[in-house]
Design a protein around this ligand. Structure first.
Ligand SMILES: [Zn+2]
Length: 575
């Protein structure tokens, strides 16, 4: 793959300060909701499932536990406590960002209260025992790393010792029986996603057993054909099988398994071919066969186009691993598209459990909360996504740093003993110019690598006002190597053009209008009569609005982050 090169390193959460309102609003809102949930409410289903007294208000929604829950009839009670570990993980990451005592205290308190609930009954009474365990593992290892919880690993040991007797001995594919089940939904557990966090637990010092458990739960029934280039995605549950590819990446990083790296890189290409222009995938939570026409059919047949917070979380993790290992900028391009056109435009998580779940790419699309999805799985991943934008933005190696996402922010790091800061200022992607400014406690020689998106043409890079034409190749990282000192400036211009992307090769006239990394969504409740030329002549009215002249009048176009209640479409049938 890249002989001799070790993977790029991630920065810590505290190394990056984001100054983008759009990103920080999502972090603030999710942080406020999680901090507002009482400890007793958060512990309630864990205590109930373990047969303990469970005082306090019931959160309801998916989080609620009812022994009499009937799948297909009841809205509330589908996945009791399943987001607990993700919320602890998100709070730990948020503490690493904000360093505020109440967040730290809450994490420490929740872990201790949780430790009192650990029981085999919790796993026996659980539709998703390995799913819940996987999230609890992540919450505990993040507590160890970001909050410094001294008991996190001993609580993890207690959890693992208690949980394992209730698990299958290897990864079990979605929909397959492995124990006596109450109904079909009891076959939907996700043991094939556990290896990633088990390998992370090993890497962070929880013990060798976690490396062996990571190996034990690798889903080679899935990875083997993928590693040979056979597309076995079709029919599989979308989010969890994309999430499972991060376990394949960890098998490469932890065990050095090239087969698992091949499986993940091949699967990314297969996934790209069935993705919407937004970067989303998996209509009705199902991965599709190439050439099936399913993705096009979903534009009329479904409003459940992309499971957004969970899918975004899985996609960011996979592309982050792939970018670190391969240094291929296409994974950064993919992250950027996913970010602006899907999860950054998610409706906020609400204190009463309202959760944004599906992006809707139907010709008659709406952004909605569905009453059946209070405290759904996506309420677990959205806070993690919101915390993680900063670790997606920058990476490093011994020679310097990689600027992967253009988000107003400041990165601080130590370069050969000097304290260096890199500050980004821009209105990107609503303006093509990005300014980067260096401050450094001492002059240092290093490389700043900046991502040049594959769609950019006529790119320019200036350093301290002097243009460096030869650097800018779209679809690569441009390496700027020099002696850096305080006041040095990079100005990057990434000109964006309008373009059309067909939903699939069989339907070349069903197109989305894109502008650089942005999809422009027509705000319309009817299918306007438009030609390709009409769309490509869209006029920019202001920073965030475009207009297209159609036979019946003017159609307004907006990015996903700016859509609220209005009906929109993602694709149009050009005539
Ligand atoms: Zn979800």
């Amino acid at each position: 793959m890249l002989a001799g090169k070790s993977p790029l390193e991630q920065f810590d959460y505290g190394d990056v300060v984001l100054t983008s309102d759009l990103h920080e609003k999502q972090l603030d809102q999710t942080h406020a909701v999680l901090m507002g949930l009482s400890d007793d409410s958060l512990l309630k289903p864990l205590r109930q499932m373990s047969g303990q007294p469970a005082p306090g208000e019931d959160l309801g929604g998916w989080y609620h536990y009812s022994p009499d829950y009937q799948w297909g009839k009841d809205d509330d009670g589908f996945a009791p406590s399943c987001t607990f570990g993700q919320w602890v993980s998100a709070l730990a990451r948020m503490y690493a960002i904000r360093r505020d005592q109440p967040t730290r205290d809450k994490v420490l308190r929740l872990n201790r209260l949780y430790a009192q609930t650990i029981s085999g009954d919790y796993y026996e009474n659980n539709r998703f025992p390995t799913y819940c365990y996987d999230k609890i593992v992540l919450g505990l290892i993040d507590s160890h790393r970001y909050v410094g919880d001294p008991d996190a690993f001993s609580i993890l040991e207690h959890t693992t010792n208690t949980a394992l007797p209730h698990f299958p001995k290897h990864a079990v594919e979605h929909g397959r029986d492995w124990r006596p089940n109450k109904d079909q939904s009891w076959t939907w557990d996700e043991s094939y996603t556990m290896s990633e966090n088990l390998f992370l637990a090993y890497q962070r010092g929880a013990g060798d057993r976690y490396r062996e458990l990571g190996r034990q739960y690798l889903d080679d029934e899935y990875y083997d054909p993928l590693s040979e280039g056979r597309d076995v995605l079709a029919g599989r549950h979308a989010y969890s099988y994309v999430n499972s590819l991060s376990s394949a990446m960890q098998a490469y990083l932890t065990l050095g398994s090239e087969k698992h790296l091949r499986a993940a890189t091949n699967a990314f290409e297969m996934l790209s071919k069935q993705s919407f222009a937004t970067g989303g995938w998996g209509p009705d939570e199902t991965l599709r066969a190439p050439g099936s026409g399913d993705v096009h059919a979903s534009l009329t047949g479904s409003h459940s186009s992309f499971e957004t917070p969970c899918g975004g979380y899985a996609h960011f993790k996979l592309t982050r691993y792939l970018l670190r290992v391969t240094r291929d900028s296409k994974y950064g391009d993919s992250m950027e598209r996913m970010m602006y056109n899907t999860v950054l435009g998610a409706k906020p998580l609400m204190a009463d459990g309202r959760t944004f779940y599906y992006s809707d790419y139907n010709f008659h699309g709406h952004k909605v909360y569905r009453p059946t999805q209070r405290w759904a799985c996506c309420s677990g991943t959205l806070p993690q996504v919101a915390a993680d934008y900063r670790i997606n933005a920058y990476f490093r190696d011994a020679q310097g740093v990689y600027v992967n996402l253009y988000i107003p922010s400041t990165l601080r790091w130590n370069q050969d003993g000097a304290v260096v800061a890199l500050t980004q200022k821009s209105q990107y992607p609503f303006d093509s110019v990005v300014q980067l400014e260096v401050t450094s406690s001492q002059t240092r020689e290093f490389t700043v690598n900046v991502r040049i998106p594959v769609w950019a043409t006529g790119v320019s890079i200036s350093i301290n006002g002097r243009r460096e034409r030869q650097l800018a190749t779209p679809g690569s990282f441009a390496a700027i190597h020099r002696q850096w000192r305080t006041g040095d400036r990079i100005e990057l211009d990434l000109p964006m053009r309008l373009g059309l992307e067909a939903v699939d090769p069989q339907h070349p006239q069903t197109v989305a209008l894109v502008f650089g990394p942005l999809v422009l969504f027509p705000i319309t409740d009817t299918q306007p009569q438009l030609t390709r030329a009409d769309l490509l002549a869209a006029k920019r009215m202001n920073n965030r609005t475009w207009e297209v002249k159609a036979a019946g009048g003017v159609v307004k176009m907006k990015p996903f982050t700016d859509i609220e209640e209005e009906q929109y479409s993602t694709y149009l049938r050009a005539i």
